[in-house]
Design a protein around this ligand. Structure first.
Ligand code: DC
Length: 235
């Protein structure tokens, strides 16, 4: 093992996994802010890959069945120059911050995230975010695949109905007209794909603390996780 990778392993990681809408993005950002640690939004990486496929006309509609399509998506993923500055996302010097946050971008992300070659292609990139003083890693497989040695693993869940309600309120507040029933169907669809895939399915690590946030405020969840982090000497 190189000295660089040994040094990286000494950097503590808090893994925050869970389905979309569970509040894990908000929790991960708040944790990173409180602790002064780096933040990895791994979902954004899959969203970027999907969006760049659309932009470059790389067809992934049959990638699950056609190895040639899967290889093309993985090659695209491996060649991207991705930069996060605060909440903004830059890809090949282009600002994709808003483009990757649409419902379509989420659905495309879920499709490319299904492909083992794509997951492989973004593995090293994800691990490169592990820098002192620590990393909060937000995703689906942070605790089970990417950072199996994380010092603290949280799996944040909430009922599909509650997650659809939260998303509905978010979109309403942005002035968008959406159907609650449509959102619930999308969430259930995405959950089934993320939980059912063969590679890195969405599930809690054996050593994860499972938190159901259905009837908890984000402040209460944050306090619970910070208390656990203190117990483990992370802060
Ligand atoms: O967290 P998010 O909604 O931005 O993630 C977008 C999609 O990417 C989601 O459907 C699941 C997938 N994803 C994944 O498979 N593994 C991760 N570590 C993060 C996200």
């Amino acid at each position: 093992m190189s000295r660089d990778s040994q040094a990286a392993l000494a950097v503590p990681v808090i893994a925050v996994d869970g389905p979309s809408g569970s509040g894990k993005g908000t929790l991960a950002r708040a944790l990173a802010d409180q602790l002064g640690w780096h933040l990895l939004d791994s979902g954004a990486l899959y969203r970027i890959v999907g969006a760049m496929c659309v932009r470059r006309g790389v067809d992934f509609s049959q990638a699950g069945q056609q190895p040639k399509q899967e290889r093309a998506v993985a090659a695209l993923a491996a060649g991207l120059d991705i930069r996060f500055t605060g909440a903004a996302v830059w890809v090949d010097e282009r600002d994709l911050t808003d483009e990757i946050r649409t419902e379509d971008a989420g659905a495309n992300a879920s499709k490319v995230a299904h492909l083992p070659a794509v997951r492989d292609a973004v593995l090293d990139l994800q691990r490169s975010f592990r820098r002192p003083p620590g990393l909060v890693a937000d995703g689906r497989d942070m605790g089970t695949v990417v950072f199996t040695d994380a010092a603290l693993k949280i799996f944040l869940d909430a009922s599909a109905e509650e997650r659809a309600q939260r998303r509905y309120k978010q979109l309403k507040n942005k002035g968008l007209s959406v159907s609650l029933r449509g959102l619930l169907a999308q969430i259930q669809d995405r959950d089934a794909r993320d939980r059912g895939r063969a590679v890195a399915p969405l599930k809690p690590a054996d050593d994860a603390i499972v938190v159901d946030s259905t009837s908890m405020s984000i402040e209460a969840v944050l306090e619970l996780v910070l208390t656990e982090a203190r117990h483990r000497g992370l802060c």
